[in-house]
Design a protein around this ligand. Structure first.
Ligand SMILES: [Fe+2]
Length: 384
């Protein structure tokens, strides 16, 4: 069957150690007054914020700072940043941080040119009808791949959901990836974000919405992560491993244009209802998702297995059936093998999880097997 595809990629991607110093020069053609969006104190502690501000000032780009984007950013925080960007007459938005900051900043850049609260656009009560301000994503972790795509996942406490706001207008004008910014990332966060990147690569690769472009990105990201993530965890100062992870993160984020699967379908309500951090939920679910899906896409799961075990010679069918175990082995190697049961989820909660899926992720139909109640239950039970 002929391929159809609808892919939005970041307009310009600048990659390399030390390149944060170029931020100002890169931003100058895009705007005169930037709203810099950050989270807590980590970009202050590491010096990344100072470097970014100095570079902007040296290039003649004015800036104002919005700080306090929380993990799993809310629509309310987004509204506050939008209000600041409007009142300060900003014409450019820079997200400097991890996935939460970049997602929030991405939505801010879009909604500064629109009226009404963020929740209206997230819940499809209003339509995006014009481009936002130019958006520059500067990633300080290697996880969500937010800098490579048009998606912002936002928490809506009133509706008790985490839901994506997405539009082709939301793709960054510029992604700046400086692997040196990730050198200070603690081991746990390296593992946590790295597994999210791995899940984007794997889920998009086997997705029913995959196309040759997203498959190429996803598979390359998997190969890079299988090799580099254990190295980055063993030696956080390994710039080459950090660079491979930053690249894999970007590739995985771009591959998300092909769609996600059961791990993400379940991780969103587990985050919204039970507060389980995204990467933790993904790591708890993904091996069982591989087990559940592998016979629906055996050749692709065989390639996934070989990304972890390039030297093992077995048939495609055998390799596919071992993909879940290969991932379990990988998770133990990086010392990050959580279970849902450790987060106070038990079988009595599954109905609530399923309701959350209906509210937030029921539109996702790209898992290789139809992700109905039975399949999701099978995965949840095995992930406790
Ligand atoms: Fe994710």
């Amino acid at each position: 069957m002929a391929c159809t595809m609808d892919v939005t990629l970041t307009r310009r991607t600048v990659f390399g150690p030390g390149r944060l110093a170029e931020l100002g020069e890169l931003c100058r053609p895009l705007g005169e007054r930037a709203l810099i969006v950050i989270g807590g104190g980590s970009v202050k502690r590491t010096g990344a914020l100072d470097k970014a501000r100095r570079s902007l000032t040296d290039a003649g780009v004015e800036w104002v700072l919005f700080e306090g984007v929380e993990p799993d950013p809310s629509v309310d925080t987004t509204d506050r940043a939008v209000a600041m960007g409007k009142s300060e007459n900003c014409d450019l938005v820079i997200g400097l941080g991890g996935g939460s900051v970049m997602d929030c900043a991405k939505a801010v850049a879009l909604l500064i040119t629109h009226d009404g609260p963020t929740a209206d656009y997230q819940m499809d009560r209003r339509e995006v009808d014009r481009p936002g301000l130019p958006y520059v994503a500067v990633s300080t972790t290697s996880g969500t791949g937010s800098e490579a795509n048009r998606v912002a996942v936002l928490t809506n406490k009133e509706e008790r959901i985490k839901k994506a706001l997405l539009h082709p207008y939301m793709v960054p004008q510029l992604a700046l990836l400086d692997p040196e910014l990730t050198l200070s990332l603690p081991q746990y966060e390296t593992a946590y974000t790295g597994i999210d990147a791995l899940s984007h690569a794997a889920e998009s690769y086997v997705s029913l919405g995959a196309n040759p472009l997203t498959e190429a990105y996803g598979l390359r990201a998997l190969e890079l992560i299988a090799d580099a993530l254990p190295k980055a965890i063993r030696n956080p100062e390994d710039v080459d491993a950090r660079a491979d992870m930053a690249m894999a993160n970007y590739l995985g984020g771009a591959a998300l244009n092909g769609g996600v699967g059961a791990a993400h379908i379940l991780a969103h309500p587990l985050g919204a209802e039970f507060g389980i951090p995204h990467g933790t939920a993904i790591a708890a679910l993904l091996p069982q998702v591989f087990d559940a899906n592998c016979q629906a896409a055996p050749r692709k799961y065989a390639r996934i297995y070989r990304a972890f075990k390039p030297d093992v010679q077995v048939s495609d069918a055998e390799a596919a059936s071992r993909a879940g175990d290969a991932l379990r082995g990988f998770l133990s190697e990086i010392n990050f093998a959580p279970a849902l049961g450790e987060h106070d989820v038990d079988e009595g909660d599954f109905e609530k999880v399923y309701e959350g899926v209906q509210k937030s992720m029921a539109h996702v139909v790209t898992n290789p097997r139809p992700a109905g109640r039975e399949l999701l239950r099978e995965i949840l039970v095995a992930s406790l």
